[in-house]
Design a protein around this ligand. Structure first.
Ligand code: GDP
Ligand code: IMO
Ligand code: MG
Length: 421
């Protein structure tokens, strides 16, 4: 068997949570492979909205298994809150959630370091979610990190104190005010809570599942344009959000990757700082934000909005080897006379179809205009009844990217999808 991978092709928030939940019926296992509580994956069904940060989006299907892979960074405090919220809906997820022993722990001082570092950057800040992601991955690659499996060792508290003290000296250098005690108390309590979950050697488990014929869907977090290597560095997150991250974040060989499902919004959004060539700073951007309810699922920050950027999409389709596309939020584009799609950039007078290395030079998008549609499509479930101009919009994207759009999402609900196959 192979592992199919679903990941975001833009700057995150493409609707991964909704689609993973909707596709879970076709799989036995859903496995998150990177990121941490910077992610906010929204699912809606039965008029109820849920936001997941660490827990895979297959969790609402009680007969399916979920794995938090070694590539994640976990904040026990956020994790406990997520589990408690699900318990409020009568769910006990201990029977169908596994956590890799090799995933890393976010300490309270990682969060403080994130905040101190961002504050020190002033207007040059990344716009981090301040969940401690950067400092935790820094410790992982710096070989200082604490892992979930360490919780089971008798040396755990000593290891924690050593790392905490290293952090404290750095935070003091930033001259950043803090009160650690309440954060530490809450964290230690949450560590105790975490002990009741199943810690596993995720890489063995995932390969055993494959051998026994289980169908696995790997769920990405963030989006490819936030990838640590290929995103608009330094305005990125600290993990590989691209397909390769599924191999290192779960322990599967590259040849085990099956379909790569790339998900993108029918337009673009970005939260936090960094280049966004097609950003709309006037009323059209505001209209997209209001109609699309574009406010961060994790931080509540307003998302920056703009037209679809095909230069970025072509880049991320290439990086990930995308085999099929899902377009979300098509319903939000209803009502426009004309839609614009960027197919090239002009940088310092030169036209290019490549993402530039330099994130400083102003980029002017070169647009192609396409006719819009007026109909409310949120109730449509059959591709034949989609407006002709929407079908034309999709065809244009497919031709440009050379990959088929197999599904279109027309609303936040689990059922609001149109199969294009
Ligand atoms: P994720 O991080 O990729 O899982 O995406 P988020 O959950 O952060 O943001 C996507 C937002 O759009 C959520 O509020 C979803 O409920 C919502 N959403 C997902 N698909 C659609 C869609 O097709 N139409 C509309 N109107 N909303 C959608
Ligand atoms: P999901 O999985 C959108 C952005 C932050 C910031 C940058 C670095 O819901 O799509 P970090 O906290 O990782 O240090 O922030 O990355 N960012 C996201 N933007 N969706 C996300 O996740 C994001 N996770 C991080 O806004 O610009
Ligand atoms: Mg999100």
């Amino acid at each position: 068997m192979k592992v199919d991978v679903l990941l975001g092709l833009q700057w995150g928030d493409e609707g991964k949570g909704k689609l993973v939940d909707a596709l879970t019926r076709d799989y036995d296992v859903i496995a998150r492979f990177q990121g941490g509580p910077n992610a906010g994956h929204t699912l809606e069904f039965n008029n109820q909205k849920h936001v997941l940060h660490t827990i895979p989006s297959g969790i609402f299907h009680s007969d399916k298994l979920n794995l938090i892979g070694n590539g994640l960074v976990i904040d026990p405090v956020v994790f406990k809150k997520e589990v408690d919220r699900l318990a409020g809906f009568g769910m006990d997820i201990r029977h169908n959630l596994f956590i890799s022993k090799k995933s890393h722990l976010i300490l309270p001082t990682h969060r403080l370091l994130d905040a101190a570092s961002e504050t020190s950057k002033g207007i040059g800040k990344i716009g981090s979610t301040l969940k401690g992601i950067g400092p935790t991955y820094t410790d992982k690659t710096g070989r200082e990190g604490l892992r979930i499996g360490d919780i089971l060792e008798s040396s755990f508290v000593a290891k924690y104190q050593y790392l905490r003290d290293l952090h404290l000296s750095k935070i003091r250098q930033f001259n950043y005010p803090f009160d650690l005690q309440p954060l530490e108390d809450e964290w230690m309590e949450s560590i105790e809570f975490l002990r009741s979950f199943r810690f596993v050697n995720g890489e063995y488990l995932v390969n055993e599942w494959l051998e026994s014929g289980k169908r696995i869907l790997a769920e990405g977090a963030q989006g490819s344009m936030l990838d640590i290597d290929f995103g608009s560095y330094p305005f990125v997150t600290s993990s590989n959000t691209t397909c390769a991250g599924a191999c290192t974040g779960l322990g599967i060989a590259p040849g085990r990757v099956g379909d790569v499902i790339g998900i993108f919004k029918a337009y673009c959004t970005r939260v936090g700082s960094g280049p966004f060539p097609t950003e709309l700073l006037e009323e059209t951007g505001e209209l997209l934000r209001t109609t699309g309810r574009e406010y961060g699922s994790t931080t509540g920050r307003p998302r920056r909005c703009g037209w679809l950027d095909m230069v970025a999409l072509k880049y991320t389709v290439m990086l990930n080897g995308v085999t099929s596309l899902i377009m979300t939020k098509a319903d939000v584009l209803s009502g426009f006379d004309t839609l614009r799609v960027a197919t090239a950039y002009k940088i310092n007078g030169i036209i290019t179809t490549e993402i530039p290395f330099d994130t400083e030079s102003p980029v002017e998008p070169i647009y192609t205009e396409l006719p819009g549609w007026k109909e409310d499509i949120s109730k449509i479930r059959d591709k034949e009844t989609l407006p002709e101009n929407l079908k034309g919009y999709i065809r244009f994207i497919e031709n440009h990217l050379g990959v088929p759009v197999t599904m279109v999402s027309v609303g936040p609900d689990r059922e609001a999808t149109v199969n294009m196959g």
